[in-house]
Design a protein around this ligand. Structure first.
Ligand code: FES
Length: 145
């Protein structure tokens, strides 16, 4: 695994996290190239299936970045996302996917540097874990969210 480079997706909500990623770019803050930023209107729009499909398609880690609590532009979408992420982590563990491969963070549009740090942390965490290995098909219905 010497040359292993994890594939990471960062789902960033349009209003805060994506703006922070944009600011990181214009501020020339660097983050690892193995991270793909995917813009979503709100983290509350991310169904559990999105995470599962990412892992089933060979993504090694998923970062969900939303607005700070109390600042979601869709009221409480980030709280819904938090509940979904927390509940699916248990299901992931049952399927042999370490819970650390899925993480949610909250940032404001001005928090470019913290977002870059979260991204780097995610890459390092997943690099230590190695490629994702799914033991068994994931039972998505057992999350209840
Ligand atoms: Fe950012 Fe909802 S708009 S998490």
């Amino acid at each position: 695994m010497e040359n292993y480079e994890p594939k990471i997706i960062a789902f960033c909500c349009h209003y805060c996290a994506y703006s922070a990623a944009d600011l990181a770019g214009s501020s020339r803050l660097q983050y690892p190239p193995n991270v793909r930023i995917v813009r979503t209107p709100c983290t509350g729009r991310l169904e559990i299936d999105y995470y599962m499909r990412a892992f089933e398609n060979g993504i090694d880690g998923v970062l969900v970045a939303g607005c700070e609590e109390g600042s979601c532009h869709f009221k409480d979408g980030n709280l819904l996302a938090k509940r979904r992420v927390n509940s699916i982590r248990t299901v992931l563990a049952e399927a042999g996917i370490e819970a650390e491969r899925l993480r949610m963070v909250n940032v404001s549009a001005a928090m470019a540097r913290p977002l870059v740090e979260y991204i780097k942390e995610m890459v390092e965490t997943v690099r230590k874990l190695g490629p994702v290995k799914i033991k068994e098909p994931v039972n998505k219905t057992s999350t209840g969210v």
